[in-house]
Design a protein around this ligand. Sequence first.
Ligand code: UD1
Ligand code: MG
Length: 482
Amino acid sequence: MRKSQKSHSAAGGSILRVAIAILAAGKGTRLKSKHPKVLHEVGGKPLLAHVIAAATEVVPTQDIYAIIGHEAERVRKAVAHTGVNFVLQTEQRGTGHALMVCREALAPYDVVLVLSGDAPLIKAETIARLRDFHAAKKAAMTLLSAQLHDPSGYGRVIRKSPKSDEVKAIVEEKAATATQKKMGEINSGFYAFSVPILFRYIDRLRTDNHHGEFYLTDMASVLQKAKQRVVAIVASDPHEILGSNTRAELVDLDHRLRLAKSLQLIDNGVTIFYPHTCVIDSGVEVGADTVIEPFVQLLGNTRVGSDCRIRSYSVIRNTVIGDRVSVLPGCVMDDSEVKAEAIVGPYSRLRPGSEIGEGAHLGNFVETKKTRLGKGSKANHLTYLGDTEVGEGVNVGAGTITCNYDGVSKHKTVIEDGVFVGSDTILIAPVRVGKGSYIAAASCITDDVPADSLAIARTQQTVKEGWAKEKREARAKDAKAK
Ligand code: UD1
Ligand code: MG
């Protein structure tokens, strides 16, 4: 059991059955998008995936309920691999309504922690703190609040008195008076509720507000009027609760996550010049003494070794890079592997299934796909290698092309160890070039080449001496006659 899961009984005395409900059914109208809000990505992952990741550090996955509605199937599919439960809110009638539809699912629990699916920076420690504070205060409702420099857009927390733990109401910005709007303590959209008390009173919510919705925030005044205890705890890091109602907020959250990731790598011994220009996903690993130049993207499950240099404008996804590798400017790599001491680029494109061997060189405008380039082999200029097996110590000349596709199926090219492929060679697959062979430049190789031989497959050169001179003289004569 993880640390934050352990303490849930400590403050309250008895063991509490705790569930987490994540609000994720909304449309996200303010994003002006055809995609559901919680699937918009920040830091390389959907908003909802971040919140689920934090939740799973606090309670077991089987106690997490994502409330989905708008584009429910898409949302379900995107996060199904996490193993959380789903509750369908067919009509999105507000954050209060989202919990009304969970009555049955939550019945077996004592406490529900409600998280906002659009606030991805929340940390497990903060959720656990909210849970423990709620238990210690024996509250009916506990809300996480924050002091924000710019509180606009958020609901404001109205305490019974400035120093009291207890809350009288939450006022949504649209309903707030000028004085209330100036209050810096905002509602984060994260709550803890006693499940029996929540469902005893939830039907008292009304829709007489700006949006005609059931606001979960109104539970504060409903419960307070019913003499139930409503308290607030202030988040220690106000940025953790930031939500993403607008594109500008999404961009801000993405920036914060990326910068945090870069700073974590820098802390671990990686040099990143101009980190605010680099896009590095949270799952990426980079070894010490690697240098990352400006405008580099390292995405997905990319792993970069130690002492590498990744030069500017390279976009590298799901690729494993060994130690002491140089990636020169402008490379694009997907689902590939580059082994130690290789040099790749500038402008190399590694499509899925490329494996560049130890110390191998791949140069400018070289494209590979499902291709293995052996140790120390070189393909330095203007080449396409598809479905190709290249042995060790091979030199692939400029402009070499494997013709791997006949319009219906893909075929394999094998170039064995030590082969020299002359420039501008065309290899029509399936074809095999035996160990140590030479292929003359500009050959079109259609048949297998035995080991240690020379293959020349081009027409014999014909030279017609004096031909050009005669042609010129004839033209000059014609011009004079006219
Ligand atoms: C909400 C709070 C506001 C708080 C802010 C913090 C209400 C009425 N207001 O406002 O006090 O300061 O969060 O970020 O709750 N959702 C559903 N079903 C619905 C409607 C919404 O699941 O019917 C989900 C949304 O997908 C979203 C979350 O609930 O993930 C919050 O909804 P949103 O519309 O973003 O509320 P805010 O206006 O941000
Ligand atoms: Mg919101």
